[in-house]
Design a protein around this ligand. Structure first.
Ligand code: ZN
Length: 322
């Protein structure tokens, strides 16, 4: 059977070692400091004053950067994910990462040069999950520090994915709502993306649909808050109701989006941070003004405009005389 043939080829790859992927740079203090700043942790320093890299940073050193597969000279050109490619040709087109487990031998030090090698650790039996039918594939990357007396293993990353045939494949978007689905009507019209609506912010979007701009108000201390959330940041009460805003406010700050030009928006696209007269601020598109003429402090008034054939209503702000 064909499937058994390709599966034999997939299983034959288990245990295969793939060559080295080098780090672009030696372990260095600026990158460690920036990483620690972002994570909000202190920079580890050895007793002799050498900067150490936090263990959880291990994967960072050998990353390719924003350009895919841009690895330093000397790195392998083999594809450690070849088994996934093989599965793709058999219809297991989707992938989801399920485990990423780092383990460490020691912290690496400023000045060390790292590389890793990859081993295809296992290909599981065919499994059916809620996502679909496929295979768990496990790869292990082993990280080494180059040493004149023999390279030293410093850590390991176990990475497991589920490569599967989706149970409910997503149907291509149908641009027409009628029965002419077999006639392509040109490129689909790109809609405005809809807000993510949760139990915390549903009142806001329901209000917008009714032409009302609602601000969440704490029932215990009366503080107003936006964006909506379950707890009052002032007194930690869960009790809240809403206040209907007048819709008047001022431009507290703004940006004008020039690039990238993302449909369906017109560009340049002015977006305001509006301070409502009641005191809370919200982000909304500015309308009825040339992007070059938006000014901080400008008086604005809300209006409610429908998009996506009426499916979506958004609050937008238009300049009014002061
Ligand atoms: Zn409160």
């Amino acid at each position: 059977m064909a499937e058994q043939d390709w599966m034999k080829r997939a299983r034959a790859l288990v245990g295969k070692q793939y060559g080295r992927v080098y780090a672009w740079d030696k372990v260095n203090a600026p990158m460690i400091r920036q990483w620690c700043e972002l994570m909000g942790v202190a920079v580890p320093v050895d007793a002799d004053g050498t900067v150490l890299a936090p263990a959880a940073m291990l994967q960072v050193w050998c990353m390719e950067g924003p350009v895919a597969n841009n690895y330093p000279p000397g790195s392998t050109t083999e594809n450690p994910y070849e088994v996934l490619k093989l599965m793709e040709t058999e219809g297991f087109a989707s992938v989801v990462a399920v485990n990423s487990e780092l383990s460490f031998e020691r912290m690496v030090r400023e000045g060390e040069k790292l590389y890793y090698t990859t081993r295809l650790d296992s290909v599981g039996e065919e499994k059916t999950t809620a996502l679909g039918t496929g295979f768990f594939v496990t790869l292990v990357m082993t990280f080494f520090a180059e040493q004149s007396a023999g390279d030293e293993k410093v850590g390991e990353l176990l990475f497991r994915v589920f490569k599967f045939r989706p149970a409910n494949p997503v149907k291509p978007a149908d641009s027409s709502s009628g029965s002419k689905a077999d006639l392509p009507a040109g490129p689909p019209k790109i809609k405005r993306s809809a807000p993510g609506i949760s139990d915390d912010n549903r009142f806001f979007w329901d209000g917008v649909r009714e032409g009302r701009l609602l601000i969440q108000r704490c029932k215990s201390c009366g503080s107003l808050r936006h964006p909506p959330g379950p707890v009052c940041p002032s007194c930690h009460s869960f009790e809240w109701d809403t206040l209907q805003a007048s819709g008047g406010g001022t431009v507290y700050s703004f940006v004008v989006m020039h690039y990238p030009e993302v449909p369906p928006f017109d560009h340049p696209n002015p977006i305001g941070l509006i301070e409502l007269d009641e005191g809370t601020r919200l982000v909304a598109q500015l309308v009825g003004i040339k992007p070059s003429e938006v000014q901080i402090g400008q008086r604005v008034q809300v209006e409610f405009n429908a998009f996506n054939d009426g499916e979506l209503v958004l609050p937008q702000f238009r300049p009014v005389p002061a």
